[in-house]
Design a protein around this ligand. Structure first.
Ligand SMILES: [Zn+2]
Length: 151
């Protein structure tokens, strides 16, 4: 079920600061748990990281598109996927559905990438990727759904 935001900001009335863009798709913890596996929930809703070489897509070389496992937003394409050797699916570019924000957890300054549409944690972006962007989007398979290109 998709929660539609009503006019009039209830969060502001409750005294909360609205500093970030409100995601389009919002669900409660219980609603997310009902549609995600434990691993998908841990990664996307609790900013977890799957074990390297454990996910479904790090070695996926098929042509197709990658979508948010939570809401179906288009995030990445096999066109920009490359073999980073890290054990996580890696891309040098992303779609407009991917947002970026600073992440200071674990004593490191990194740039977290998340789904603009539902706020799912996807992974991180680093600046040691290949040309043409020089970026490396290091993404958890558990945050993605892959759809192979139809011939
Ligand atoms: Zn999403």
């Amino acid at each position: 079920m998709i929660t539609v935001l009503t006019v009039g900001c209830t969060a502001q009335e409750a005294g909360q600061e609205m500093t970030t863009q409100t995601p389009v798709v919002q669900k409660t913890e219980k609603e997310w748990k009902a549609i995600l596996t434990d691993e998908q929930y841990r990664v996307t809703r609790e900013a977890g990281t799957e074990r390297a070489f454990s996910g479904a897509y790090w070695d996926n070389k098929k042509k197709g598109e990658y979508y948010c496992v939570c809401c179906g937003e288009h995030l990445f394409s096999s066109e920009t996927k490359f073999d980073s050797g890290t054990g996580w699916p890696s891309f040098y570019s992303c779609s407009d559905g991917v947002g970026e924000r600073t992440d200071d957890s674990h004593g490191m300054r990194r740039t977290e990438v998340y789904c603009n549409n539902c706020n799912a944690h996807l992974g991180h972006v680093f600046s040691d990727g290949p040309e043409p962007t020089g970026l490396r989007y290091c993404i958890n398979s558990a945050a993605l759904n892959f759809e192979a290109k139809k011939k």
